[in-house]
Write a protein that binds this ligand. Structure first.
Ligand SMILES: CC(C)(COP(=O)(O)OP(=O)(O)OC[C@H]1O[C@@H](n2cnc3c(N)ncnc32)[C@H](O)[C@@H]1OP(=O)(O)O)[C@@H](O)C(=O)NCCC(=O)NCCS
Ligand SMILES: CC(=O)OC[C@H](N)C(=O)O
Length: 170
């Protein structure tokens, strides 16, 4: 199944377009990736010319900034909208959940960005900065600031975020 289909599935289907602003941002992100994969450079540049103003418009309207250069696995789900910023070099696995106010960005240099595993859930207003590796099945509480790696199945909260438990896997 395509990444886009898995995103839409996590939103509960296409009818979410009537009620979820963030789905537009996810669709635009996937369109951006599609454009970047066009092999003909002239066509790709032309498509980028059309894409960029539409991207900027939706970025401004929704407050969700996901550059097409970010690498995100299928099944992305964003609850709500506003103040969501992802650095272009960030890598995010499959079936991840973002919420309003989530920032995934650099700390010192421009390459100094997080790598996020699969099935990771970010609480509202959570911030992850720097060369941080987040494992699979991790949950990060709202208002948390993550500065260090988190292992698989961790639940972490606070500023700076600390692990409060390791989730049992069935
Ligand atoms: C972080 C979360 C996933 C953890 O869920 P959980 O495993 O059921 O754990 P709990 O909620 O019981 O929290 C564990 C401990 O961390 C504390 N805690 C939870 N969130 C916290 C936070 N953001 N900052 C500081 N401490 C926090 C709890 O008080 C609890 O402490 P205690 O054991 O001393 O009572 C969940 O609490 C959560 O916040 N989910 C995201 C919710 C969200 O973003 N909602 C906004 C919707 S728009
Ligand atoms: C604001 C709120 O609580 O939204 C609930 C939503 N299901 C979420 O997980 O974010």
């Amino acid at each position: 199944m395509s990444a886009l289909k898995r995103d839409v599935e996590r939103y509960g289907g296409w009818r979410s377009l009537f009620r979820e602003q963030s789905l537009y941002s996810v669709l635009l992100y996937r369109l951006g990736c599609r454009i970047d994969s066009i092999s003909n450079s002239l066509l790709r540049r032309l498509a980028c010319l059309f894409y960029f103003p539409i991207y900027r418009l939706f970025e401004t309207l929704t407050g969700i900034s996901i550059p097409k250069e970010v690498d995100i696995g299928g099944g992305l789900r964003i609850w709500h909208f506003g103040q969501i910023f992802i650095h272009p070099k960030v890598v995010i696995g499959e079936n991840c959940t973002l919420r309003q106010g989530v920032t995934l960005g650099n700390r010192r240099s421009d390459d100094d960005v997080p790598v996020i595993g699969n099935n990771v859930e970010f609480g509202a207003n959570c911030i992850v900065i720097g060369s941080v590796t987040i494992g699979d099945n991790v949950k990060i509480g709202p208002m948390s600031l993550v500065l260090d790696d988190l292992p698989d199945n961790a639940v972490a909260v606070g500023n700076p975020a600390k692990i409060v438990r390791i989730r049992k896997q069935d």
